[in-house]
Design a protein around this ligand. Structure first.
Ligand code: NAP
Length: 280
């Protein structure tokens, strides 16, 4: 079967361009969209993510303010900064790069962010809004997955959708979004009895399992659309996903590559959330 390669790089480029145009429209009206990016400590991976986010802001005409705090920052100190950013009318979005050092309670910090500035969509009120179909920020990777499907012309309504993984940042929100798009959704996890039997029913299979190349062709129905959320380095140092692309792709109608699939969508949706923050 010939398959459609879902091009996350191109789609994320389109979304960022749309954000750039909207940011420009706001600037003409005197609104400068501003994202505050807070990093605690100097974890190298976090450093890369933060740099990429700031770079995307620049490309989209969104102002980014940087707060780089030392590794030994106390919880109170961080909460105080968040309080200031919450109160600052010039700040539209607040992003605290995770993970935080062990002395800081991440959940407490996430809860401290004003829900109207919660562009990562991690606040329990944002999650609750998603759950109950109300207006709110949707976390970026799950929102990006839905955009990939829509912009690739893959209909969700009425489809059998299977999500592998139930994390708060990917599995659960993507399942809720697929449900909101009228998919028939099943969520699998490590206690699912016969995973293959469930995944083989899927018209749309979203894989967020966190295990390199775990999903092989025998998990996939002929003609399915497969979205691979995983990111790993293989034995040769090359990036790979949770899906064994080479064996799975020939069975699919559409599939995301790794890299260049879901990965680039996360930052694009962050930009989109920053734009949306003006009206939320
Ligand atoms: P996670 O928190 O580790 O969750 C993994 C999920 O997979 C859990 O719900 C777990 O079930 C389930 N699972 C593990 N082994 C399983 C098995 N044998 N059969 C069925 N289910 C199984 O991972 P995550 O944060 O959601 O991330 C998933 C992947 O996406 C990772 O590779 C991560 O690096 C990647 N990721 C990419 C992006 C991006 O592209 N921007 C963003 C976020 C994450 P239990 O709940 O029962 O333990």
């Amino acid at each position: 079967m010939s398959y459609q390669l879902i091009d996350g790089k191109a789609i994320s480029g389109q979304i960022k361009e749309e954000c750039r145009m909207k940011a420009e429209e706001y600037r003409e009206k005197g609104i400068e969209i501003t994202l505050a990016v807070v990093q605690v400590g100097n974890d190298p991976a976090s450093g890369v993510y933060v740099r990429n986010k700031k770079r995307a802001c620049e490309a989209c005409g969104i102002r980014s303010l940087s707060y780089e705090l030392p590794e030994d920052t106390g919880e109170e100190q961080l909460l105080e900064l968040i309080g200031k950013l919450n109160a600052d009318p010039a700040v539209n979005g607040i992003l605290v790069q995770l993970p935080l050092p062990g002395q800081i309670d991440e959940n407490k910090v996430i809860r401290a962010i004003d829900v109207k500035k919660d562009v990562d969509g991690f606040h329990p009120m944002s999650a609750g809004a998603l759950c109950t179909g109300q207006k709110g920020f949707v976390s970026c990777t799950p929102a990006g997955i839905i955009e990939l499907l829509k912009r690739s012309g893959i209909a969700i309504a009425g489809k059998e959708c299977v999500v592998i993984g139930r994390s708060n940042i990917v599995g659960k929100p993507v399942a809720l979004l697929l449900l909101a798009e009228n998919g028939t959704v099943t969520v699998c996890h490590s206690r699912t009895k016969d995973l293959k039997e469930v995944t083989k029913r899927a018209d749309i299979l979203v894989v967020a399992i966190g295990k390199p190349r775990f999903i092989t062709a025998d998990y996939v129905k002929e003609g399915a659309a497969v979205i691979d959320v995983g990111i790993h380095r293989n034995e040769n140092g090359k990036l790979c996903g949770d899906v064994d692309f080479d064996s799975v792709a020939p069975k699919c109608s559409a599939i995301t590559p790794v890299p260049g699939g879901v990965g680039p969508m996360t930052i694009a949706m962050l930009m989109s959330n920053c734009i949306a923050s003006v009206d939320l």
